[in-house]
Design a protein around this ligand. Structure first.
Ligand SMILES: *Cc1c(COP(=O)(O)O)cnc(C)c1O
Length: 394
């Protein structure tokens, strides 16, 4: 971004303008929007140098660099690398910093794909993960042993929107000289910036809010430390899990409106949470912004610009009534994923936690009448009406 005078710019301005620099030299067209560079390789002017620092697109690509710079600026990171999915980003983190014999402390309330990766892929390589309750920071110490090299959490989580204290997690990691990782997918840097609170590594599934339009699978790792970055860059180039130019472009376009989208997601979700909480066909609503939310105090401390776009709800309904609710619900599509402009909903019992045994689901309170709503950007009255109509069919 080039401005004629020096002044500090804000989140929305950075999301739009970072790395969108028209080339006014007259040597090429002066695109206002950074073009898509599909080239896999870049010509060199001589044996030793590369033009603009790019040599081969597995290591770096100009279009990928655009989304990487934008996300770095929003997360207050100095470096970001984008990957072919959130899962690929997580894989890059483990491969870069851990080895056989190392152990991880991970929030037990975590995205199912993360649990599968840690518990059923990396365990085969001798990296052991302990899934622990992280709602209380005092619990970290109880599970520490000298083989623990990383602490990993997501906040808020899926589907209970449970929180963990990011600042406390960072302090614990510093005390034991281990790496701290926050999956910031649900909150996004619009709401919280874990690196500013002392966290070492932020991971994202950009598939969700960052891209925001449900048309790309993508992930990212954001860092402040250049030694950590050098290792990540080396491993990423060695393993090749990076994001394609087309997806990089889609994510760069998506992230430009992250601020205004998150503002509206938060507004709509809060209103839906209040509406559902007062509805007679509803048993319980989980939303960090509600006074009734068990960790509301922590939410107010840590979630700066709103409480997110996700709402979980238990309906007063048996399975037959749940089916009738689904038949009657308009606007909301029943689908995996979240964070897009369109509202979606999921039934954790059958979907995200479908492979978990019924006994464990019972223990976890994942029952058939639990729904997870990703509140989109449709008009609030339409969303309310759609839910109200479906609830009246119970
Ligand atoms: C979706 C998701 C992931 C995985 O990301 P993909 O882009 O689907 O690979 C990781 N963490 C969280 C919190 C997610 O919601």
């Amino acid at each position: 971004m080039k401005f004629k005078t020096n002044f500090t710019t804000h989140f929305d301005t950075n999301a739009i303008h970072i790395d969108e620099v028209p080339n006014l030299s007259g040597e090429t067209s002066s695109d206002v929007v950074s073009p898509i560079h599909f080239s896999s390789t870049f010509a060199k002017p001589d044996y030793e140098n590369t033009c603009l620092g790019h040599g081969y697109s597995r290591l770096s690509n100009p279009t990928r660099e655009v989304i990487e710079s934008k996300l770095s600026s929003l997360e207050n990171a100095t470096h970001t690398i984008c990957y072919a999915s959130g899962q690929a980003a997580e894989t890059a983190v483990i491969l870069s910093y851990l080895k056989s014999g190392d152990e991880i402390l991970c929030f037990d309330d975590i995205y199912g794909g993360t649990r599968r990766l840690l518990a059923h892929v990396f365990d085969n390589f001798g990296i052991i993960t302990h899934f622990i309750d992280m709602r209380e920071a005092t619990n970290f110490e109880k599970h520490y042993n000298p083989r623990v090299k990383m602490i990993w959490a997501e906040t808020p989580t899926n589907p209970f929107l449970t929180l963990c204290d990011i600042e406390q997690l960072a302090l614990f990691a510093k005390k034991h000289k281990i790496l701290s990782v926050i999956d910031n997918t649900f909150a996004t840097p619009y709401i919280q910036k874990p690196l500013d609170l002392g966290i070492d590594i932020v991971v994202h599934s950009m598939t969700k809010y960052i891209n925001g339009h449900s048309d790309s699978i993508a992930g990212a790792v954001c860092l402040k430390d250049s030694t950590l970055y050098e290792r990540l860059r080396f491993v990423s180039n060695s393993t090749g899990m990076v994001l394609s130019p087309m997806d990089s472009y889609l994510n760069s376009r998506g992230i430009k409106t992250l601020g205004i989208r998150m503002q509206k997601h938060c507004e709509n979700a809060f209103e839906i949470a209040r509406f559902l909480e007062s509805h007679k066909k509803v048993e319980k609503v989980l939303y960090p912004g509600l006074e009734s939310f068990p960790q509301h105090a922590l939410a107010k401390k840590q979630m700066k610009n709103g409480f997110g776009g996700m709402v979980s709800v238990y309906l007063k309904a048996d399975y037959e009534q749940m089916k009738s609710f689904a038949q009657n619900l308009q606007i909301f599509n029943l689908a995996e994923s979240l964070g897009g402009v369109e509202s979606l909903y999921g039934a954790p019992y059958f979907m995200s936690h479908g492979s978990v045994s019924p006994e464990i689901k019972q223990q976890m309170n994942i029952t058939k009448n639990l729904l997870r709503l990703s509140i989109g950007l449709e008009h609030i009255d339409d969303l309310k009406k759609a839910l109200d109509n479906a609830l009246h069919s119970l």
